[in-house]
Write a protein that binds this ligand. Structure first.
Ligand SMILES: C[S@@+](CC[C@H](N)C(=O)[O-])C[C@H]1O[C@@H](n2cnc3c(N)ncnc32)[C@H](O)[C@@H]1O
Length: 199
């Protein structure tokens, strides 16, 4: 029993970059930054069992659209249940790597990511996949659009700033989460070039 629990925790950290689902405090700290008073195109990346998805679907207007990108189909049942509870909302679930989804330039007003960026670091390739992911998010975001990301240990802030060519708009700390997390808020500057989604 304890061995199984330990194995599950190790697997969660290795594959998903988390121990348990994000807390309500972290969810509110992220979702609370979105202005839902106008129609939005929103992309949620790495929904897992839907801690953020539930709030996004609940708060978005019926004119807004939400794309959910989760690479693992094993979480579909949780997310599909949330979608089914709101038939009036425009929500789509995509089971793929987010780099495959982010092919349209400047499409989203908001990108909310739970991706474990730290797990994508790879010195041997000069962090090629990490940068492919951050570039794809920058590419898919509208000018003036908002990218929200949480991370443990304040990792990868400078990587995001390098790709967006500016400092974070805001970094806040949410202690009441396992693990305590930093919330990054980055807006896409006007006139920022993005030659390709997969650079
Ligand atoms: C840290 S978990 C977050 C789960 C949930 N949003 C939460 O905060 O409780 C990260 C999620 O990202 C997903 N993921 C990892 N790499 C991905 C990729 N390249 N594209 C889409 N989803 C990915 C994982 O399968 C996992 O469910």
């Amino acid at each position: 029993m304890l061995i199984k629990l330990y194995r599950n925790i190790r697997r969660n950290i290795r594959e998903d970059g988390l121990i348990v689902n994000s807390s309500g405090f972290l969810v509110n700290a992220m979702v609370g930054r979105i202005d839902f008073t106008r129609p939005l195109r929103i992309l949620e990346i790495g929904s897992g069992r839907g801690a953020f998805t539930r709030e996004l679907i609940g708060r978005m207007s019926t004119e807004s659209e939400l794309d959910i990108c989760e690479i693992k189909a094993e979480y579909n049942a949780w997310v599909e249940k949330l979608i089914a509870a709101h038939p009036d909302k425009q929500v789509r679930l995509h089971n793929c790597c987010v780099t495959q989804l982010l092919t349209r330039p400047g499409y989203y007003d908001v990108i909310l990511s739970s991706l474990p960026l730290k797990n994508f670091e790879d010195v041997a390739s000069k962090h090629a996949f990490l940068y492919q992911i951050i570039n794809a998010m920058q590419f898919g975001l509208k000018e003036g659009g908002v990218y929200l990301q949480y991370q443990y240990f304040k990792s990868n802030q400078s990587d995001i700033e390098t790709v967006f060519g500016k400092a974070m708009d805001d970094v806040s700390f949410v202690p009441l989460n396992i693990l305590p997390a930093f919330v990054y808020q980055m807006s896409k500057p006007v006139g920022l070039g993005a030659s390709s989604s997969t650079e």
